[in-house]
Write a protein that binds this ligand. Sequence first.
Ligand code: RTP
Ligand code: MG
Length: 152
Amino acid sequence: MANVNERTYIMIKPDGVQRNLVGEIIGRFEKRGFKLIALKLVQSTVEHFEKHYADHKGKTFFPRLIKHMASSPVVCMVWQGLDAVKTGRAMLGATDPLQSPVGTIRGDYALAVGRSTCHGSDAIESAEYEIKLWFPEGVVQYTSALETWIQE
Ligand code: RTP
Ligand code: MG
């Protein structure tokens, strides 16, 4: 059954931050109807990104990916709402920006697979892992007055 309180981990990558796309990306999640429950800007380490992308260890693009992610600050967020993981991925587009439909974040703002602007959890289990990894301090719980206008 669909969970109205599902959580996903969304991270604006170094290229997205450097290109001043932070407000644009946050705005899309806000306008879609998701609730922001955690947010921070961090300059993180190679070791931390290796944990974040542990599933990709050994792939040819892994060293390049980790080097890029640790090169400059990222914006870490947790968004909550109906079907947040799958819908978050749909809002991003495909892994390859050139295969991403116009109207998606990557389809509108990215060209290269190694500069894909924004990360989104690909499953509920990965979201749980990533949220704990980036927000060990926990997330914020609050009631948004808008929720009754977004959910039936
Ligand atoms: P993300 O985890 O960052 O949200 O991206 P994704 O699920 O769409 O794609 P994934 O397979 O998890 O790959 C993570 C990031 O690695 C870079 N990548 N490069 N063939 C390549 O050169 C290649 N494949 C993947 C991309 O930046 C991708 O976002
Ligand atoms: Mg991925």
